[in-house]
Ligand binder design. Structure first.
Ligand code: SF4
Length: 466
């Protein structure tokens, strides 16, 4: 609540968020409108995810076999600690001191950077937005645009403060500086770390999508490449990939196709000119297999495009940091409580108006509102909702089941609430209702319930049929 209020009071954040509607959200809508049969394509993508998850164990085994056959290494990590330990060991055993990284939400989820830095390793983020927030010491606020909460002026200040430069806030000036700085890091680093948008079981390929080319450099310049990917990212065949490339780019940015689709299929072969000499894939579970066997399974269809964030009226007011977890927006409000506990993330499933815009924008048609309601129900069933709230909902349910109680109470409310109105609006309610009007106003009731008005209108019509 405090984080949301702080976010809404920040003019810079509000300016940055206000642009989402006419940029990314509009891009998504227009791109799908222009694609013939886009709804069928999204159904197809969804069906592949559904079918793959139904036999996830078999696909993961095939993926492992394919990678081993091409000379790569595969590691399974039950949780974030295990994944961090695996990566740290690879780094330690090879005497690596410097690492470059391409943007990856999974590594944010397991706090990999902090772990490696504790081990004395220099980690450099190479996606421009991620680089900015790493320098600023912040967390990403969006699945696709990690520094989306920052204006160009703020980015300029972050860079100038850290590097003692005199850059202007023109995007090409800052990008040119970052390019020069990062090229040097690519040359110096012995190991590259990537996430992965898709894993192809048939060929043993890790697919990394980017628009800046940094993922390609991360996965081809250093001698060793380590990819850390959630187990749900596997798809069966190479021929499935184009379907996802089409829907991901359109949903995320409105592009027909993302600029780079880097494909890591084992280490380079003796006759190949470039590429890593050693590749590792760390397959992360971290609660995913538990979700797989639950009614929340559908949340694993997510391809992290960010479209549900861009369209969400709540996200567009409070931004990503107010959610408090690694993942924000509607899908974050679904999966963060599943990963990190319903109690510790009590507010998340409630950070939604359930308007359904997220589901309409989702390229794999995840029924996000339904999943949010399921999270709320689970909080209720496990009695972790605050007592006051439980009591109110119990009373509400009682009232909705009793026509007499409903009529009496709505009559009472319709007559009493106008006492608190000012110029036809309820701007300040008393007692426990004060929270509702702290940040929103309601039109005051007319003094009659809907049924009463309906009845009097019907009577009027009867008396004057003309
Ligand atoms: S839930 Fe859907 S819209 Fe949201 S990030 Fe995932 S795939 Fe994209």
């Amino acid at each position: 609540m405090e984080a949301s209020a702080e976010a809404m009071a920040s003019p810079n954040l509000q300016l940055a968020l206000s642009r989402l509607g006419e940029t990314l959200a509009l891009g998504n809508r227009t791109a799908f409108e222009k694609l013939p049969g886009s709804s069928l394509l999204r159904d197809k993508a969804r069906a592949i995810k559904d079918e793959t998850l139904a036999h996830l164990d078999e696909h993961l085994e095939q993926l492992e076999r394919s990678i081993l056959a091409r000379g790569g290494h595969v590691h399974f990590a039950a949780d974030g600690d295990e994944a961090n330990a695996i990566v740290a060991k690879i780094i330690r055993d090879r005497g690596v001191k410097r690492v470059v990284k391409s943007k990856s939400m999974v590594t944010e989820e397991i706090h990999l950077n902090a772990h490696l830095e504790k081990c004395g390793v220099e980690v450099t983020e190479t996606d421009f937005g991620e680089f900015i927030i790493q320098v600023a010491g912040e967390r990403p606020s969006h699945l696709v645009g990690p520094a989306l909460h920052k204006t160009a002026e703020e980015m300029r200040d972050v860079l100038n403060d850290r590097f003692g430069t005199q850059l202007t806030d023109e995007p090409h000036v800052m990008a040119q500086f970052a390019r020069g700085h990062l090229r040097q890091k690519f040359r110096e680093s012995e190991l590259g770390i990537t996430g992965g948008n898709f894993l192809i079981a048939e060929t043993g390929t890790v697919v990394v999508i980017s628009n800046e080319g940094n993922a390609r450099l991360t996965s081809s310049v250093p001698k060793i490449v380590v990819s850390i990917v959630g187990i749900e990212k596997v798809i069966p065949k190479l021929s499935d990939l184009p379907i996802f490339l089409k829907v991901l780019a359109r949903a995320a940015t409105g592009q027909k196709m993302s600029i780079y689709a880097s494909m890591i299929t084992g280490p380079r072969k003796p006759d190949e000119g470039d590429g890593p000499e050693e590749t590792h894939l760390v397959l992360l579970d971290n609660g995913r297999s538990k979700i797989l066997g639950s009614p929340m399974r559908e949340s694993l269809f997510c391809i992290r495009c960010g479209a549900c964030l861009n369209i969400c009226p709540v996200y567009r007011k409070v931004g990503g940091h107010a959610y408090g977890g690694t993942y924000s927006g509607p899908i974050g409000a679904v999966i963060t409580p599943l990963f990190d506990g319903l109690k510790d993330n009590y507010h998340q499933p409630h950070a939604s108006s359930l308007c359904g815009a997220c589901q309409a924008a989702c390229p794999v048609k995840i029924q996000i509102p339904e999943l949010l309601v399921r999270n709320r129900a689970a909080q209720h069933e496990t009695h972790i909702a605050p007592r006051g709230e439980e009591f109110i909902y119990r009373m509400w349910a009682k009232m909705m089941r009793s026509p007499w109680l409903y009529t009496t109470l709505t009559r009472w409310a319709a007559r009493v609430l106008p006492w608190f109105a000012k110029d036809g609006w309820l701007t300040r309610l008393p007692g426990p209702l004060a929270g509702w009007t702290k940040i929103r106003d309601f039109p005051a009731p007319s003094g009659q319930t809907f049924r009463e008005r309906w009845k009097s209108l019907a009577e009027e019509n009867e008396a004057n049929p003309e």
